[in-house]
Write a protein that binds this ligand. Structure first.
Ligand SMILES: [Zn+2]
Ligand SMILES: [Zn+2]
Length: 274
């Protein structure tokens, strides 16, 4: 297993179970070359999932202190996972991931894409006339717009909408219309230079058997010359490298020979998947 890094890591500053110091020690014990922390950026609604604005300075200070503690042994970076509906600025962070976790209602409320399946079904019935493809199109449109506007270093869990579709079957993931809309959303993101995240989080939590994004998207991304990064979207240190070997094998089978990770010297470095 060559990955030895994770740039998508949550702690008790947001909705993670593991304190930052314990997470860093575990990464070091696993032989990681680097670790990037990525708390959910502050947002106005659903505050229980993200870092409270009044704790953001503490978060930054603690991650910088951990970084100094491991200097020369493991590189530690300060990042954030920024939802499209967050008002937080990524200024002052080493990097950030862009993500869409919500679909907005006309009345200002939001439904979590990866929340309770019954909520996403109700959203689809109420606002998309029961058309799952229309719901998926709304999700991808939001993500494409946010990545083009924010220009993150990493695109988080590109097809997160798959998580509840595994239960709800709102649309056929193998159908040409679905594949076309997902590919149409992904294609323009290549030129932003962002890394496409291969995210094993839903595997660790038992929702999916394969990482985000689906293989057909990874295959096209490679043909466009895009770069990928393997992350576990870790919320519990026991799963910090969960599924990394599977993700690595999947990428190799699709024709990738390298991926990118947070580096020990340079911020981003390529490593061989073979
Ligand atoms: Zn996320
Ligand atoms: Zn996350």
């Amino acid at each position: 297993m060559n990955v030895l890094s994770c740039a998508h890591t949550h702690t008790t500053y947001c909705d993670g179970k593991t304190p930052a110091a314990d997470m860093a020690l575990h990464a070091f014990e696993l032989g990681f070359v680097s670790l990037g922390f990525s708390s959910h950026a502050p947002q106005i609604f659903d505050p229980c999932y993200c870092i409270p604005p009044e704790r953001e300075d503490d978060y930054k200070a603690e991650i910088r202190a951990i970084s100094r503690q491991y200097a020369g042994r493991m590189a530690v970076y300060l990042g954030m996972e920024r939802d499209a509906f967050s008002c937080a600025s990524p200024d002052g962070y080493d990097y950030f991931l862009s993500a869409v976790h919500y679909l907005p209602h006309p009345d200002g409320h939001h439904t979590a894409v990866d929340g309770r399946p019954e909520d996403l079904r109700r959203y689809t019935d109420l606002y998309c006339g029961g058309d799952g493809l229309m719901m998926a199109a709304q999700y991808f449109s939001l993500l494409r717009g946010d990545v083009l506007a924010m220009k993150p270093q990493i695109i988080a869990h590109f097809d997160l909408v798959r998580k509840n579709n595994a239960v709800l079957r709102l649309y056929d993931e193998d159908s040409p219309p679905y594949r076309r809309l997902a590919l149409d959303a992904l294609r323009p993101l290549r030129d932003t230079g962002a890394l496409l995240e291969v995210n094993t989080g839903a595997m660790a939590r038992g929702y999916l058997k394969t990482p985000y994004p689906a293989p057909f998207l990874l295959k096209e991304w490679l043909s466009w010359g895009g770069e990928v990064i393997i992350n576990s979207d870790c919320h519990d240190m026991r799963y910090l490298d969960y599924g990394f070997s599977d993700a690595q094998a999947l990428l190799l089978s699709l024709g990738y020979d390298h991926a990118v990770r947070l580096g020990k010297q340079e911020k981003w470095e390529r490593y061989s998947l073979a």
